[in-house]
Design a protein around this ligand. Structure first.
Ligand code: AMP
Ligand code: ZN
Ligand code: FE
Ligand code: FE
Length: 291
């Protein structure tokens, strides 16, 4: 019998994944996971559906969210909030604001694309997102479908990525704001895919992690589809040095991100103890709150 395994980073149609929240849970069950966290960008709209499906199928479930923070290019800093209370007012206000920032950005991207003679409309993009939070992968999907590019990757390289001609940044929270909001919403915060910080060396990476740890960071995503074994070992060492838990997730997006399978990070399964580590931190936080 294989070791019990989980996935702590997955997206659904509530943001830019292609499977509905309940479908992500069903897939998790089918591949034998015992725990799952749904971590859509800027929204908790998929949480209720996923939680019900998980309960029905007997999979442990953690509500989550992924938030992009201010961080110098070419890096990006994404924070994962786990155990947030979907009913919290803080969270409602936060997601409202994050989605407003996207609503400001998306038409500007479309304008830039049109100026580059790439015909695409906001209606087409919204249809692609089908009511979920609109992200660049939806724009990329429309560009692929209309034959402007041959793949999502090409859409980002040629038009949508940082530094490309149709790139538009969105208003982002500072890391302090994101950590505080997640804390106030009852959750704990984990640094997502640290490789995407694109730090130049170990010292710089360590400063970022120490800084976040001082602000109350609970964990680091050690296993991720973008991490090789050397990255994973480096992040695990940092976790130990700063008393942070280790977590891991595939960053599954359905067919919006080719080559990523739910439950796997480059062929590695994610151990159950990573899920339990989060539960333990959440329990500790609740104990402190009631003490
Ligand atoms: P957004 O939230 O609209 O800024 O879009 C972020 C999403 O785009 C994330 O799911 C990323 O995985 C995806 N993404 C960002 N850069 C790239 C890229 N170069 N190639 C493919 N997907 C990307
Ligand atoms: Zn995404
Ligand atoms: Fe991310
Ligand atoms: Fe993600």
């Amino acid at each position: 019998m294989a070791e019990a395994s989980v996935d702590l980073h997955a997206h659904s149609t509530a943001s830019d994944g292609t499977l509905a929240p309940a479908e992500v849970v069903r897939l998790a069950k089918r591949i034998g996971l015992c725990g799952l966290a749904l971590t859509d960008h800027d929204t908790i709209d998929g949480i209720d559906e996923a939680a019900s499906a998980a309960e029905a199928l007997g999979i442990d479930f953690l509500p989550g969210i992924e938030i992009s923070c201010q961080y110098p290019a070419p890096g990006t800093m994404h924070l994962l909030g786990y155990g947030i209370d979907p009913r919290s007012d803080v969270l409602r206000e936060l997601t409202r604001r994050l989605i407003e920032a996207r609503d400001q950005r998306n038409p500007k991207i479309i304008e830039k694309l049109n100026a580059l003679n790439v015909s695409v409309t906001m209606d087409e993009v919204e249809a692609e997102a089908a009511g979920g939070v609109v992200g660049r992968p939806h724009i990329a999907a429309v560009l692929v479908r209309k034959g402007h590019v041959s793949s999502t990757k090409q859409a980002f390289d040629k038009y949508l990525g940082q530094g490309a001609p149709a790139f538009v940044d969105k208003e982002r929270l500072t890391k302090e704001q994101a950590l505080r909001r997640i804390d106030e919403a009852g959750g704990i915060t984990v640094l997502a895919h640290p490789v995407q910080l694109r730090t130049q060396n170990d010292a710089q990476l360590e400063r970022v992690v120490k800084d976040l740890a001082d602000l109350g960071l609970a964990g680091i995503e050690v296993l991720h589809s973008d991490h090789d074994d050397i990255h994973a070992a480096r992040y695990a060492r940092l976790a130990e040095r700063y008393g942070l838990i280790k977590t891991g997730g595939s960053d599954f997006h359905g067919h919006n991100k080719a080559g990523i399978e739910l439950g796997y990070c480059r062929g590695r399964r994610i151990p159950r103890e990573y899920f339990d580590g989060i539960l333990e931190r959440l329990a500790r936080k609740r104990d402190r709150a009631t003490a």
